[in-house]
Design a protein around this ligand. Structure first.
Ligand SMILES: Nc1nc2c(c(=O)[nH]1)N[C@H]1C(S)=C(S)[C@@H](COP(=O)(O)OP(=O)(O)OC[C@H]3O[C@@H](n4cnc5c(=O)[nH]c(N)nc54)[C@H](O)[C@@H]3O)O[C@H]1N2
Ligand SMILES: Nc1nc2c(c(=O)[nH]1)N[C@H]1C(S)=C(S)[C@@H](COP(=O)(O)OP(=O)(O)OC[C@H]3O[C@@H](n4cnc5c(=O)[nH]c(N)nc54)[C@H](O)[C@@H]3O)O[C@H]1N2
Ligand code: SF4
Ligand SMILES: [Mo]
Length: 679
């Protein structure tokens, strides 16, 4: 039976599911889907184990122990819904609607489940959540240069001469890109990976540029310096499609490879050779990862990289260009799903999700957050500054509801846990952030236990609270149809009827898709080397590089925390999802920190030692893995383990900070200084 992977992964794979006796028995990738091409990751191959997990929540539960302990007793749906309505009414009456905070992210990328709560919470006048944890920084930077979060279709990279995988570990995070990379390589493309450590993606490349974390902006400036100094610029493209070339040319004179070399940690000759290779022709495709934006300077980094194909004219080449994300191409009319018209005026306050810990513990919050409703996210594990998040979640006076598929770390802190359906049990429409196909999936099995979808629960809560009932009464198909019909023309061409019939429908975009061939949807209509909108926000108008707020330039911190620590995804979890799986935990091994042998020797650490990693925020325990895959001075902690499976009971995000990056209010997950010691 057909399905679609619901997870927050650019691949958004089309799935074939074998079902027997109402249970999932096997999940594989759809061979005929042009992007999936029959390949899916090792996580979703084990989906049967997730759907039928012993940690699955199957009935509503009420807390029977202290917060965090995880003792619960079953209750009925009617009792759970009545209790929520009673508590919310009392809280809203005493403190106002803003004392209620919804908290969600992309547990499901299905548009019904993702947006299901917005109309209810808007109608309640609840605090709004800035869903900034993943792409905000990258998208804000990208838009500054090219106006829209889209780019050249990665299927087009197959014909490229040069493929650059810049800050993306596709072998883990979007495996189908590797299918395309391999095809490009077989046709003769040279593949370069730019990443602080030698990832499995880098191992498969022709060349690995091991930059220091947070220095890609400087590297891109040096590339521009060489392109311009050596006349490797497409004058015709620059003339017709860009703004501010003269100012850029003057500006990058100050960024020769010799100056940049000590910043990025590569030889000047290596940088110049990369620039010349990039400038050799327009048939160069850059796949930019969102991972590299998770730094203090991450927005500017993405903005700067987006300038490169505009210098060489690669944006106009059928096999060149760049893609950060295809997300903005799915230009639905979100008002139909979110219903901002239901909000009171003035609209309620906005709380940045990466500062959840602060929102829950700050004594100056007016009104205080008294009710938290978590769905499609596991903030106890994934949010930065975990210590503060857990302190907030432990508050006795906070009424917390968690709607979940599995008993997560966050669920352990709930007053009420509600059972959620998986994508195998509900219908939804999926958009991707790596390809250009809308997909639709029907349920393939019945809801497990008493599980209900986000839409069903919010519809029931809307009835119980007596708000937004019309929206839910019309049903999710009506909302989806309206969102499609109100979208941009290439979205409008995709109807729900067609999706139900064909399952996967490409956006009505031309092939090859060259959105920036003659300009870009910025205020000037051009690819902007100079951005007046950034200047208006007090940011540099020209691409530039600034040292990390928490990096080697911070002598005060470096004395105590001399190592840079990045915290990218691991292979077998997806954020914290799949950490529930015993099988995948086994394959993943144990929470580890990768250390260069020299750094380890200087600390008397040998491979396999239990170590303590400490940042200015706190400390957690890991197993040391000595490897020359990372350079001295840079340590790597992959993946997010649930606390209860972590030695010491605290995870990686104890180390990370909740300060915001240069743009978009996103987190600087990878800008950490740490020290590692033997435990
Ligand atoms: N297996 C697996 N797959 C996933 C996820 C997962 O947790 N596990 N998460 C999913 C989600 S939510 C997302 S948003 C996507 C993320 O996927 P992408 O945005 O495509 O990025 P990642 O693969 O996370 O990229 C992280 C890479 O960036 C590198 N990096 C870190 N700092 C720098 C830097 O300063 N410069 C450069 N050049 N590189 C740097 C890291 O070392 C790592 O290899 O993946 C999705 N897919
Ligand atoms: N250290 C570190 N921290 C990170 C990152 C990193 O690279 N390093 N990456 C960050 C990124 S990119 C992201 S996107 C965030 C992700 O953070 P989250 O979005 O919180 O991701 P998950 O940990 O996958 O948790 C999603 C939860 O939603 C549940 N769920 C799935 N579908 C549904 C549904 O339909 N209904 C309901 N009610 N629940 C559902 C799943 O069971 C799962 O527990 O984490 C961030 N945190
Ligand atoms: S997690 Fe990503 S690669 Fe794995 S099946 Fe889902 S969409 Fe495909
Ligand atoms: Mo993400």
């Amino acid at each position: 039976m057909h399905s679609v992977c619901p997870h927050d992964c650019p691949s958004c794979c089309s799935l074939e599911v074998d079902v027997a006796d109402g249970r999932i028995v096997d999940v594989t990738g759809t061979a005929g889907h042009p992007f999936t091409q029959g390949v899916i990751c090792g996580k979703v191959r084990e989906y049967a184990e997730r759907v039928h997990s012993p940690l699955r929540v199957l009935t509503p539960l009420r807390r029977a122990g202290v917060k965090g302990e995880g003792r619960f007793e079953p209750i009925s749906w009617d009792d759970a819904l009545a209790e929520i309505a009673r508590r919310w009414r009392a809280i809203a009456a005493e403190h106002g609607g803003e004392a209620i905070l919804p908290f969600s992210y992309a547990g499901s990328m299905g548009q019904v489940q993702f947006f299901a709560g917005h109309p209810l919470f808007h109608a309640l006048g609840a605090s709004r959540l800035d869903r900034s944890i993943c792409v905000s920084t990258a998208y804000t930077g990208w838009r500054a240069t090219v106006g829209q979060v889209t780019g050249n279709d990665s299927e087009q990279m197959v014909g490229a001469d040069l493929v650059v995988l810049w800050g993306v570990n596709a072998a883990y995070s979007t495996i189908n890109v590797m299918t395309l990379v391999k095809q490009a390589r077989q046709r003769g493309a040279h593949v370069v990976v730019i990443d602080p450590y030698r990832t499995p993606t880098a191992v498969q490349a022709d060349e690995h540029l091991a930059v220091r974390p947070g220095t890609d902006g400087a590297l891109a400036l040096a590339v521009m310096h060489v392109l311009i100094a050596e006349g490797l610029v497409d004058r015709d493209y620059v003339e017709r499609a860009t703004l501010g070339f003269e100012a850029l040319a003057e500006h990058v004179k100050a960024w020769p490879p010799e100056r940049v070399a000590p910043i990025v940690g590569l030889d000047a000759s290596t940088i110049a050779a990369f620039a010349r290779r990039y400038g050799a022709g327009a048939r160069a495709f850059i796949r930019v990862g969102i991972g590299l934006s998770r730094h203090d300077n991450g927005g500017m980094t993405c903005r700067t990289i987006a300038c490169l194909p505009a210098l060489t004219g690669a944006y106009a080449d059928p096999h060149g260009g760049a893609l950060l994300s295809s997300g903005g191409a799915f230009a639905l009319d979100l008002r139909a799903l979110e219903r901002p018209d239901l909000m009171p005026t003035p609209p309620p306050r906005v709380i940045n999700m990466i500062r959840l810990g602060r929102a829950l513990t700050d004594p100056d919050m007016r009104p205080p957050v008294k009710a938290l409703y978590v769905y499609s996210s596991n903030p106890a594990a994934v949010c930065p500054n975990q210590t503060l998040v857990l302190r907030g979640l432990a508050r006795e006076d906070l009424f917390t509801v968690v709607h979940e598929q599995v008993m997560t770390d966050t669920a352990h802190y709930a007053d009420l846990v509600l059972p959620a359906t998986t994508s195998m049990e509900h219908a939804d429409l999926y958009r991707s952030f790596g390809h250009f196909y809308f997909q639709y999936a029907e349920p393939v099995i019945a809801p497990q236990g008493e599980a209900r979808s986000n839409w069903e629960v919010f519809a029931a809560l809307a009835r119980a609270m007596g708000v937004a009932t019309d929206h839910y009464a019309r049903g999710h198909d009506a909302a989806l149809s309206a969102a499609l019909a109100g979208g941009e023309p290439h979205v409008r061409a995709v109807t729900l009827e067609r999706l139900k019939r064909e399952k996967s429908v490409r956006l009505a975009l031309p092939r090859p898709y060259l959105p920036f061939a003659d300009g870009a949807p910025t205020p000037s209509g051009k690819v902007e080397f100079v951005s007046a909108s950034l200047a208006a926000h007090g940011l540099p108008a020209l691409p530039t590089w600034t040292p990390l707020a928490e990096g080697p330039a911070r002598a005060d911190l470096v004395a105590r925390f001399p190592l840079q620590c990045i915290v990218p995804p691991n292979r077998f979890f997806l954020n914290s999802s799949f950490s529930q799986s015993e099988r995948l935990r086994k394959r993943q091994g144990t929470p580890t920190v990768m250390l260069a042998p020299d750094d380890a020797a200087a600390r008397g650490i040998v491979d396999g030692d239990a170590v303590r990693v400490e940042s200015p925020r706190g400390a957690a325990r890991f197993t040391a893995r000595l490897t020359d895959a990372t350079r001295p001075g840079v340590v790597v902690i992959e993946g997010i383990w649930w606390h209860r499976f972590h030695p010491g009971g605290r995870g990686v995000n104890v180390l990370t900070d909740d300060r915001v990056t240069d743009m978009g209010g996103g987190p600087a997950f990878h800008s950490n200084l740490v020290e590692v010691t033997r435990a």
